[in-house]
Design a protein around this ligand. Structure first.
Ligand code: GDP
Length: 296
């Protein structure tokens, strides 16, 4: 299950409220203290936790709740609604360009799952009836091109590559030209990652962005890295301006911090969640379903 530890703790804290007939302000405060600790332990950004708790408290000690016949249920409903809001309220879908091909640029640190996610996204779009082309723009990581080709083969999706001696900006441009000539209506550009954010990387990504003017820049981040993932997202967003986030490895024993803070910190939506290593393990991100999964 996703966020097992967090779910257990939150459910534990809220269960006590459920069993009470009437609630006092003290009951709510105590429960919120436990909720706060659970969120901090799950590596949710401190400021996000503070705002979240204040919002819930403000609503939960209102007359409507305290005087209702099932105040505990009421508070749980509020927590559910605020968790959903934290993650973006509604599903944020991919947008398509009115003039094909639609170009998506995938960016992120090395190891985040960019190449795999490029394939997964291609497979997802193919299922939607699109004709995607994968473009191998990561010329620095040994084996990245080959990896994308293998992924493409598995999904029966074409992969455009010019080897590792051509500038990625030119590869991206040529890839889009190739798509136009071959009737591919979506182009997914895999870009280079680094172990850490550095200026060379950002310069290169900015150059690609300027040249190809992508419909969306999608940042791939590893949910297992918790607050680091949120910091990475903030940096990429500040420097490059991203359109959405794809959180990978939500199937692992992630604590949940990234999923719960990245939207609040960057104001950019989480569009998809990677739920495993298989190429079919990509799901559109639904904030309401995720909140319900966490609260059981
Ligand atoms: P890149 O360096 O960002 O291109 O990362 P890769 O695509 O090579 O992925 C790095 C590792 O993460 C690989 O072993 C992938 O199989 C794995 N991976 C990617 N996405 C997921 C996911 O959603 N869940 C799990 N469990 N593993 C993933």
């Amino acid at each position: 299950m996703v966020f097992e530890g967090l779910a257990d703790k939150l459910q534990g804290a809220l269960k006590k409220l459920k069993s009470k007939g009437k609630l006092t302000e003290k009951d709510v405060k105590e429960a919120m203290r436990e909720v706060k600790l659970a969120l901090l332990e799950a590596d949710v950004n401190f400021k996000v936790v503070k705002d979240f708790i204040n919002k819930v408290k403000e609503r939960a000690v209102g007359a409507e709740v305290m005087e209702s016949l099932t105040p505990g249920q009421h508070v749980i409903k509020i927590v559910n609604e605020e968790l959903t809001a934290l993650m973006g309220t509604t599903q944020s879908k991919l947008t398509f360009s009115s003039k094909p091909p639609t170009v998506y640029m995938l960016v992120g640190l090395q190891g985040a799952g960019k190449t795999t996610t490029g394939g997964k996204l291609g497979g997802y779009l193919k299922k939607m009836g699109k004709r995607p082309l994968l473009v191998a723009g990561d010329i620095y990581r040994p084996a990245a091109i080959k990896q994308l080709q293998v992924v493409g083969q598995q999904l029966d999706i074409p992969v455009f590559s010019m080897g590792d001696k051509v500038n990625p900006v030119n590869i991206a441009k040529a890839g889009i030209e190739h798509a136009k000539q071959h009737g591919n209506d979506v182009v997914i550009i895999d870009t280079a990652g680094r172990l850490h954010i550095d200026e060379n990387l950002m310069d290169e990504l900015e150059n690609i962005k300027a040249e190809v003017n992508p419909q969306e820049i999608l940042l791939v981040v590893d949910a297992m890295t918790g607050q680091d993932a949120v910091n990475v997202a903030e940096s990429f967003n500040d420097k490059l301006g991203i359109d959405g986030v794809i959180l990978t490895k939500l199937d692992g024993d992630t604590r949940g911090g990234a999923a719960l803070s990245v939207r609040a910190v960057t104001k950019k939506p989480i569009k998809f969640a990677g739920m495993g290593e298989k190429l079919s393990d990509l799901e559109p991100f639904h904030p309401d379903r995720m909140a319900s999964r966490i609260l059981g």
